[in-house]
Design a protein around this ligand. Sequence first.
Ligand code: ADP
Length: 296
Amino acid sequence: MRGERPQVTTNSPDAPAGGRTSVEAALKPASGAQRAARETVFELRNVSVFYGRQKAVNDVSMDIYRNTITALIGPSGCGKSTLLRSLNRMNDLIPGARVEGKVLYQGADVYSPQVNPVQVRKKIGMVFQRPNPFPKSIYDNVAFGPRTVGMKGDMDEIVERALRGAALWDDVKDRLKDNAYGMSGGQQQRLCIARAIATEPDVILMDEPCSALDPVSTGRIEDLMLQLKQRFTIVVVTHNMQQAARVSDMTAFLMVQVGADEHSRWGELVEYDETNKIFTNPSDERTDNYISGRIG
Ligand code: ADP
């Protein structure tokens, strides 16, 4: 018998007008034609990630699709952030971190010695858990990336486009020279999103982008994510299952596995499917137990 699932609501643009509805009613599975039309952006093949001798993620294989939001969910320590960081070589910045297997981005091996990690991170931007603006003006925060990579074009226009893209322009257009530290937490996080999209990446990785925000700011970021997926591919780590159900198209559920010696633990992908399927009719009993709150 299935356990009680949390009452999950959605703010999907496909949801009927007049308010939020239950996830079962609102999240329509993609049709066969939509599935066939999806373009693969990342192919992960047998990806394992180690910190020193400790394996943190074991043998993950999955594809990530263009203009979708893919959520990575699972209990704390199951390797969600580690897996996310493997997509744009952010783990390279952690001493002792090592990736095995293949991460292909548009068919090219992200970890090939010929590939410059800085170029990878330009294409695959990142937004972190805590808003981390620079101690600079709002304008200079957004202009920082484009200036660093020598982007061509009128900087005022680039900054305005990024701020509009992050639904922040109307809030800040009259105070672009003010220090970013004067903004609210939610505005700072949208500024970090503006900063991430200013260099026109292809993919945005988000590591628990709302965990430091209040519910209203969280709702604004979720609405923004739904807009941004029209232009970008988004992969988001979230510990909030309702959030995964509200915003994502695809959901990957990871769990901690304990080794035979009971000392070693690593994260494994249990199930990856359309979000609707994961939340209404998962194939694996462990997924069902997790989303119905029977295991944390
Ligand atoms: P999650 O995002 O699911 O909470 P993480 O990816 O943060 O999980 O962590 C997965 C495992 O890797 C955990 O056991 C964690 O302690 C370990 N880990 C994460 N970051 C580091 C690091 N920088 N150095 C060593 N171990 C790490």
